[in-house]
Write a protein that binds this ligand. Structure first.
Ligand code: PLP
Length: 455
């Protein structure tokens, strides 16, 4: 299969147009009317907080459909999409391979609550790319994966504390809503009400990339620490890469105090390298959470790692975790089609395009005299309106958020969809070709000029 080009279609029937032809862009009235109805139904009008545009102001647009690198809203406005469902869509929207796999799986039945071959096949493909994941369990969201890993780590070590890093987001389980990133950072609510103080007290935090502070915290809690959990490349405080010494230091510290090292690769898995953080950085975690790409746009996540630890999960062991729709055949089929299509060669091609895009954006900002930094790891990338790339959440916050908001809106009206927050990574897909790249750069150039003029 080829995963390039927005125009390619599979054999699956094309859905009917929801809102008429896309060639006559409306003024946003349909989006506004739908959001007014949505606000009566959903808190903030949305089913996940960051979609509400709280970080940038204004109203979200309501999406009608996507194809390749582009999405269209219900008013017929087209956007080149760098949100890509917050990471999963590494092949782009509605890729033929995934549509065909879904079509095939759907006709056999949508859910059984019994083992299927698809689960075994997807697990084998994942393990072939990430051999340190000797055994795994499929779940339906990243939150479930990290939450289950923490339970497992606590049971395995007989300890209760966990160390996480400021600005890292590991889903919305109680223990992780402490100095968290993503929507909680965007909305300025890093510690959530409703989390029992006694539980929050078991989560200790340290600044990302600060080996000295991390070592001090780890040693202060030696003997109590079940796990150190980290996004190996942070995507939920904006894009922040680890210093070369950081992840090896975490490995050594975990070993020193007998804690487990957990890589939360829900975002980075199958994005920063075909084999994830282990391949890119050469550091082997005990346990790993995966999500996003392994579901190809359907609800799939997984957790896994050393067989001897995973054997603790029920029914082999006694640590309980279950799910009615875990390993759902539609979700497995979409994930399998995605991960199989994402060969190392395709990964490299998308990664090269990401590098070209990041370079182009930097050049535009430099020409316009705007403080700007941008970087990528494989097909995951990000930018900040600050001179130097941030190394921590505190540094990320020290970027020009006002300029981000103005550029975001100017880019949106010019047909670019970026995450509506300066504290989120961006993504690239196989469907973003030369044409999308040059259109993106032209639109961004224009957007930055307009945003500066509006200041
Ligand atoms: N971990 C990381 C690194 C994430 O980026 C996310 C979501 O963005 C999660 C966990 C939670 O995943 P989910 O939203 O599927 O619950």
């Amino acid at each position: 299969m080829t995963a390039t080009g927005g125009a390619a279609r599979g054999t699956a029937a094309r859905p009917p147009a929801i809102d008429g032809p896309v060639s006559a862009p409306g003024d946003g009235a349909r989006s506004a009317a739908l959001m007014a109805r949505a606000r009566e139904l959903f808190p903030g009008g949305v089913n996940s907080p960051v979609r509400a545009f709280g970080g940038v102001g204004g109203e979200p647009f309501v999406v009608a459909r996507g194809e390749g690198a582009r999405i269209w809203d219900v008013d017929g406005r087209e956007y080149i999409d760098y949100v890509l469902s917050w990471g999963p869509l590494v092949l782009g929207h509605a890729p033929p391979a995934v549509l065909d796999a879904l079509d095939d799986a759907m006709r056999r039945g949508t859910s059984f609550g019994m083992p299927t071959a698809l689960e075994v096949e997807l697990a084998e493909v994942i393990r072939a790319r990430m051999p340190h994941i000797e055994m795994l369990r499929f779940v339906s969201s990243g939150t479930e994966a990290t939450m289950s890993l923490l339970r497992l780590a606590r049971a395995h070590t007989g300890r209760d504390r966990v160390l996480k890093f400021d600005g890292c987001y590991h889903g919305h389980a109680d223990s992780f809503l402490v100095r968290a990133g993503s929507g909680v950072a965007t909305l300025g609510l890093p510690n959530s009400p409703g989390v029992p103080a006694a539980l929050a007290a078991l989560t200790v935090t340290a600044p990302f990339n600060d080996v000295e502070a991390t070592a001090a915290t780890v040693r202060r809690h030696a003997g109590e620490l079940a796990a150190i959990i980290v996004e190996p490349v942070v995507g939920n405080a904006g894009f922040i890469a680890p210093d070369p010494a950081f992840l090896p230091a975490l490995r050594a510290l975990a070993d020193e105090v007998g804690a487990l090292l957990i890589f939360d690769e829900v975002m980075t898995g199958f994005r920063i390298a075909p084999g994830g953080a282990r391949e890119r950085f050469g550091v082997v975690p005990d346990l790993t959470a995966l999500g996003k790409v392994i579901g190809g746009g359907l609800p799939v996540a997984a957790y896994g790692g050393r067989g001897e630890i995973m054997a603790g999960i029920a029914p082999q062991g006694t640590v309980y975790q279950a799910g009615t729709l875990s390993g759902n055949p539609l979700a497995m089929a979409a994930g399998l089609a995605t991960v199989r299509s994402l060969t190392p060669a395709l990964h490299d091609r998308i990664s090269d395009r990401t590098a070209t895009l990041v370079r182009g954006l930097r050049e535009i900002a430099a020409r316009q005299g705007v403080p700007f930094s941008a970087d990528h790891a494989g097909t995951m990338w990000g930018f900040f309106f600050r001179e130097a790339l941030p190394r921590s959440y505190d540094e990320a916050r020290d970027s020009d958020v006002g300029l981000f908001r103005r550029v975001f809106h100017a880019a949106r009206v010019r047909g670019l969809s970026f995450a509506p927050s300066p504290f989120e990574a961006a993504f690239m897909s196989a469907a973003h070709g030369e044409r999308e790249l040059s259109e993106t750069l032209a639109r961004f150039d224009d957007a930055v000029r307009a945003a500066r003029a509006a200041a």
